[in-house]
Design a binder for this molecule. Structure first.
Ligand code: MOS
Length: 748
């Protein structure tokens, strides 16, 4: 019964491809009302008047909520913080007449049908007193400041203090390079629209309803705790269910405003309500921020780095300090005696940015890893060799802790071998294929291997089937599948007898799915609870004096093939079904908590590493770039399921190509609005843009990160790709393009 490490097919695949899997807007509830959001047409100012008369006069329109008539909620008296909230004051929908950013929700129309609500919304007239606003980061770079520190800094440490004197070291360095990178903003754009369906349910004797809330979220408990706090409801009255998520990428890490509006309307109207956002409205609640970065590197003639400076400036909102870890990665990858890392923010009249796949990591990695490429050319050194020359064995940004494991050398070697790197002619513009230039580039990737506390429940039913649950999410990553594998293997059961459930706030506690920490965090809890359950079964089976296990100790038995067996004589066995029968006709259940041991893991820096190799074709007549093939080698510890793991890395690589060449949320600063807020003008790759992608998992053992030895893979696939693409474009053309995305106009 070995399942861990096997390419088990997705256990949720059938439900997903047949449409049986239900998403937040698909749960049907009797007597449902539909809400449609009216978005602000200005960027900053005051609502002078909202005329809702025409909308309300339509038969079938039930109510229009605005700041003037919205119900009082507990939230308007306090500053509740969701689990992913940065320091500051979270935005409160319909709080008052102030407009803080373009697209802010200003009204919710509730009607008998979605179409009617949408039509009625078009009749609402809002007049504003407009104020001037600032949305342009590049115009305000001299006004940045350090971010406020807050809870977010637990997983997002600020840059370490400078060490040595990077300026002096740079001045003295025989070889140096300097670069400035501007990145545009990006939006997550998951396929599934954000939606919340609130089933109003019964009321208790005080008239407080039992709400069942189907929400699009990466954390059912995060949404539940938000609703509890904002509406002052007891946990028993708020159940959040989210079994499937049609893509998250970070957009579901914070409760979004449709959740607030749907619950508010349901409570006020004492009816079930669904609020679904439009694609355009999904450009109004958080994005990867645009950034401006500067990197300087100094090196001795043999390629040893002697100076490193990396600074980043990013936009945030006027009400929250959204922070990312952008520059620390440079100090992790390269242990340079004279280093200065800096990160600053500029509050602008925009909504608060939001974590988006490898937040900060993919941003900073592009800057440092293209700088390393430029330095390699200055030195006349191979880019892989330069990285090996400066390979760091410890993380000075975390008090010089050693890495719990770091098989990055193997990534370089196996990636280079698979790609054919050794045959590369380093000379730019040296390779042509017909009328296109061919270039090869590479880059290193790094991301966190974090683990938090989680709980899980395991139930062995009277039929001898195992049901394991935890309130985590599966945003498409494969969580259902790997948790089923871990449970089946730990219990020694056939995988078809095991079912894993998630996405329900009634289940044992788990953090939201984000930061590549679910496999490590929830996987450890699932393993723990199955071990605890099997001990319980052992006790049950060894109790009766007639039992063949009567004299046995825990160490004497093994769970395999759906049986408990004596290790010394495997024919002495009891089926799990027979063991449960000893429990008086009741299922046997166990709930366990699993958390890292800081004494053990705290001494180490825990990260996942990768090396990306990319080939591009550049057509200089048209300015087009095609990534013809790419290889990414990943050191991710134990690979729980090579099939789902590969999918994670492939998805990240596709997104890395997209990040490098296509994605850009364009703001018109005269309007303060993202203008390409649709999938026609927000460019993402289609199948024709993606060619040969190859993934290698190098062997890596790590008994520090967690009992499974597995590191998360959700983020690492994207991290090295943009730099590798940019470096390949330089190799092809001899032209260093610093800003992202590298669109046609920048190539020409
Ligand atoms: Mo992701 S940005 O960790 O959901």
């Amino acid at each position: 019964m070995t399942y861990i490490g096997q390419p088990v097919k997705r256990v949720d695949g059938y439900d997903k491809v047949t449409g049986k899997a239900k998403y937040a807007a698909e749960f049907n509830v009797p007597d449902l009302l539909y809400g449609y959001v009216v978005s602000a047409g200005i960027t900053k100012g005051t609502i002078r008047r909202i005329d809702t008369g025409a909308a309300l006069s339509l038969s079938g329109v039930v109510q229009v909520f605005t700041h003037e008539n919205r119900p009082h909620t507990a939230w308007f008296d306090m500053n509740y913080k969701d689990l992913d909230a940065p320091p500051g004051s979270p935005f409160r929908p319909l709080h008052d007449d102030q407009i803080k950013y373009s697209g802010q929700p200003v009204a919710l129309v509730v009607a008998n049908t979605f179409e009617l609500a949408r039509y009625a919304a078009s009749l609402i007239e809002v007049t504003y007193d407009e104020e001037t606003f600032e949305t342009d980061l590049e115009a305000h770079l001299h006004e940045t400041r350090e971010p406020a520190s807050g809870l977010a800094s637990l997983l997002k440490p600020p840059p370490p203090k400078p060490r040595g004197n990077a300026d002096e070291a740079l001045a003295a360095a025989p070889v140096s390079i300097k670069a400035r990178h501007v990145h545009g903003a990006q939006h997550h754009n998951p396929m599934e629209m954000f939606a919340t369906t609130v089933d109003y349910g019964k009321e208790d004797k005080d008239g407080t309803p039992f709400l069942t809330i189907y929400d699009k979220t990466q954390g059912a408990l995060n949404s539940q705790s938000y609703v509890k706090s904002v509406f002052n409801l007891p946990a028993s009255h708020v159940r959040v269910i989210s079994p499937y998520v049609g893509g998250g990428f970070g957009s579901g890490l914070r409760p979004q405003y449709q959740l607030f509006l749907a619950v508010m309307a349901a409570k006020a109207l004492k009816r079930s309500v669904r609020v679904t956002l439009t694609r355009q409205q999904m450009f109004t609640f958080g994005h990867r921020p645009n950034t401006v970065q500067e990197v300087e590197l100094g090196a001795s003639a043999d390629g040893t780095l002697t100076a490193l400076k990396h600074s980043a400036k990013a936009a945030t909102s006027q009400f929250e300090d959204y922070t990312e870890v952008v520059v620390n990665w440079s100090g992790m990858l390269y242990d340079v005696p004279d280093t200065t890392l800096a990160y600053e923010l500029k509050p602008l009249d925009i909504y608060t940015p939001l974590d988006m796949r490898a937040p900060g990591g993919v941003t900073g990695d592009h800057a440092i890893e293209t700088a390393m490429d430029a330095l390699a050319y200055e030195l006349g050194m191979d880019p892989v060799e330069l990285r090996l020359k400066n390979y760091s064995e410890k993380n000075w940004t975390e008090d010089d802790k050693p890495y719990s494991s770091k098989e990055l050398r193997a990534c370089f070697q196996q990636g280079a071998d698979r790609f054919g790197w050794s045959t590369r002619n380093p000379e730019p513009r040296s390779t042509k294929r017909g009328n296109v230039l061919v270039g090869w580039g590479m880059a290193t990737g790094i991301w966190d291997a974090n683990r938090l506390l989680a709980r899980a429940e395991a139930v062995l039913t009277v039929n001898g089937k195992l049901r394991v649950s935890s309130a985590t999410a599966d945003i498409g990553t494969g969580t259902y599948t790997i948790m089923t594998q871990i449970a089946a293997e730990t219990m020694g059961m056939p995988i078809d007898d095991v079912i894993f459930k998630l996405g329900d706030s009634d289940m044992p506690w788990a953090p939201f799915q984000g930061g590549s920490l679910t496999a490590s965090t929830v996987g450890s809890a699932v393993k723990q609870v199955c071990e605890d359950l099997s001990k319980k079964l052992f006790k049950l089976a060894s109790k009766p004096s007639s039992s063949p296990f009567y004299d046995a100790r825990w160490d004497d038995v093994v769970f395999a093939d759906g049986h408990m067996r004596l290790k010394s004589d495997l024919s002495v066995a009891m089926s799990l079904r027979d063991i449960v029968a000893l429990n008086g006709g009741r299922a046997v259940s166990e709930t366990s908590t699993s958390m890292p041991n800081p004494l053990k893991s705290g001494k180490y820096s825990k990260h996942v590493h990768s090396a990306a190799f990319v080939e591009v074709e550049v057509d200089e007549d048209l300015g087009t770039v095609t990534v013809t093939r790419a290889v990414t080698a990943v050191a991710g510890g134990t690979i729980l399921n090579p099939r789902t793991a590969r999918s994670q890395i492939i998805g990240g690589m596709v997104w890395g190509i997209s990040h490098a060449l296509q994605e850009d949320s364009k703001m018109d600063h005269r309007l303060g609005r993202f203008m390409n807020h649709n999938l026609a003008e927000y460019h993402v790759p289609v199948n024709a843009d993606i060619h040969d992608l190859d993934v290698i998992f190098v062997e890596e053992h790590d008994d520090i990160v967690n009992p499974l030895g597995a590191k998360g893979l959700g983020e690492i696939g994207i991290v090295g790709m943009p730099a590798a693409v940019a470096n390949a474009i330089f190799h092809a053309t001899g032209k260093r393009i610093y800003d992202l995305p590298i669109t046609i106009d920048r190539v020409l």
